[in-house]
Design a protein around this ligand. Structure first.
Ligand SMILES: [Ca+2]
Ligand SMILES: [Ca+2]
Length: 496
């Protein structure tokens, strides 16, 4: 019975998803690896014709390299039931844009069905109907004569059952689908805004952590380096309520929650070596009703794992996801990197881009806008109790915390927390921003107005002075304020 049910589900899913987008190389590109020579995500060199978008994939082969060059991305789950791969391509004359999608059975290049027209964007179609499944997408550029440069640009890759090349141009770069600021929290006031819950407990966070979380660990003040007004979480070695140390953990559960967007924070992490475990993360706002891990957990960044002990602790961090029907059936996925520079020496920006397709984490996108994500999870919508796609399409709330010891650092004795040998260390959060771009299904709700919007719209000052606790800032393509039963637009006009 169960098997039949799953089969029916997968058939239904197949009919619904007549096509699947592999990558458009815009806000949240997949990870693409170089093969043989070089590839990169670059600015679209010719925003004309079919491709008006901002960015695309470039595959380049130089004479000093092998006689071809490629770029490959792996699918989290193999795709089946598709007959064609479509890709927008721009190439000069002479090179061949070949494709592979699987190593099963045979290893021949798939040549394009479409006749190539040089120096303009065109939709190039590849027939994959004889392939059992798509495990990866691997494009190659090469030269017949093996001596010259070869460059091919690729964009908007989809799997489809339609052989007809696409003729409609995609989204215009800079005009459609750009992220807009929805909510800004700069911590400019003297106290923590009402959207934050300060956690008070000594339960160890489910990870045998040592601290007692209390109000004492949470404050608003200036950081000692740049003098920015920040949310400050402070870990202290001190006896308190039966524990050997105190610290801070805050969350926006049921006060500020949203689905999809770009979530970004500017954070100065403390020196974690050894024993501190700071994190910037999210969980499903249905946490109170469905529990963990059914609420879904997205760890944008966490530092302090024992894997970084011995010298790399200041640059060793990870993104992670946790989901599943219950504790006994907990599923997780993560990626840990040793960054090329320290992220504990001052402020750094950590970003999560959450779309209907992916969750992707980045560090310092202001300085490195084209860097690949350090962590990414594909979340195609699913009803499977063990698939991430069942757990990451609902509103999430934000959490900042500074844990001490426990399973992640692997330290369970306060005297071995060398980071607190001098007494205390703090984590500074300068700001938190949420952007959205109109993804289908997106939403945003908060009981506290964005600080930037409060500051910018003087016409609303009077209204904001007596905003009742129940007021919500809603976003559904527009910004509104609700006071009692009355809904206002951002100019203060009554809508209903
Ligand atoms: Ca693009
Ligand atoms: Ca600030």
């Amino acid at each position: 019975m169960k098997k039949l049910y799953l089969l029916l589900l997968s058939l239904a899913a197949l009919q619904l998803n007549a096509q699947v987008v592999i990558d458009d190389f815009e806000s949240s590109p997949k990870q693409w690896d170089n093969v043989s020579c070089s590839s990169a995500i670059v600015e679209n060199p010719s925003q004309t014709g079919l491709n008006l978008s901002c960015t695309c994939l470039q595959i380049a082969r130089a004479p000093e390299c092998d006689n071809w060059s490629g770029a490959i991305t792996y699918l989290a789950t193999p795709a089946t039931g598709y007959k064609y791969v479509h890709a927008l391509m721009l190439r000069d004359n002479g090179n061949k844009p070949n494709l592979k999608v699987t190593d099963n059975g045979e290893n021949l290049d798939i040549e394009p069905l479409t006749a190539i027209v040089a120096n303009q964007w065109q939709d190039v179609v590849f027939d994959i109907s004889d392939k059992a499944q798509v495990d990866f997408v691997f494009f190659m550029a090469d030269r017949e004569n093996n001596t010259e440069d070869a460059v091919v640009y690729v964009d908007d890759i989809i799997l489809s059952n339609d052989a007809t090349p696409r003729t409609t141009a995609n989204k215009v770069c800079g005009e459609v689908g750009e992220y807009e600021l929805v909510w800004n929290m700069d911590f400019t006031g003297s106290s923590l805004p009402d959207c934050w819950n300060i956690e008070v407990n000594g339960n160890g966070g489910g990870n045998n952590e040592l601290q007692y979380y209390c109000e004492r660990g949470v404050s608003i003040g200036k950081d000692p380096k740049e003098g920015k007004q920040c949310l400050i979480l402070t870990a202290r070695k001190e006896n308190y309520a039966g524990k050997t140390c105190t610290s801070g953990r805050v969350n926006t559960l049921e006060h500020t929650y949203f689905q999809y967007g770009k979530i970004e924070a500017r954070i100065w992490f403390p020196n974690t070596a050894n024993g501190l475990w700071p994190a910037f993360w999210m969980m499903g706002n249905d946490f109170s009703s469905v529990g963990w891990p059914a609420c879904g957990e997205t760890d944008i960044v966490e530092l302090g794992n024992s894997g970084g002990f011995g010298g790399t602790q200041d640059r060793y961090f990870n993104g992670a996801s946790h989901w599943g029907p219950d504790w006994q059936n907990h599923c997780q996925d993560y990626n840990t990197i040793t960054n090329s520079y320290s992220v504990e020496d001052g402020f750094h920006i950590f970003t999560c881009i959450w779309t209907p397709e992916n969750v992707s984490m980045y560090v310092d996108r202001d300085a490195h806008p084209n860097a690949a994500p350090y962590y990414q999870l594909s979340i195609p919508a699913s009803n499977d109790a063990y698939a991430p796609g069942k757990y990451f399409h609902k509103p999430n709330f934000i959490i900042f915390n500074l844990a001490i010891g426990g399973n992640f650092p692997g330290i369970y004795n306060i005297n071995e927390i060398t980071a607190l040998a001098q007494g205390s260390r703090s984590m500074y959060i300068d700001w938190l921003r949420i952007y959205q771009r109109g993804d289908e299904g997106q939403n945003f709700t908060s009981n506290v107005l964005s600080e930037a919007i409060e500051n910018d719209l003087s016409t609303l000052n009077d209204m904001q002075n007596d905003v009742p606790a129940a007021t919500k800032l809603l976003r559904d393509g527009l910004l509104f304020i609700r006071r009692g039963d009355t809904l206002y637009d951002m100019q203060g006009n009554i809508i209903r």
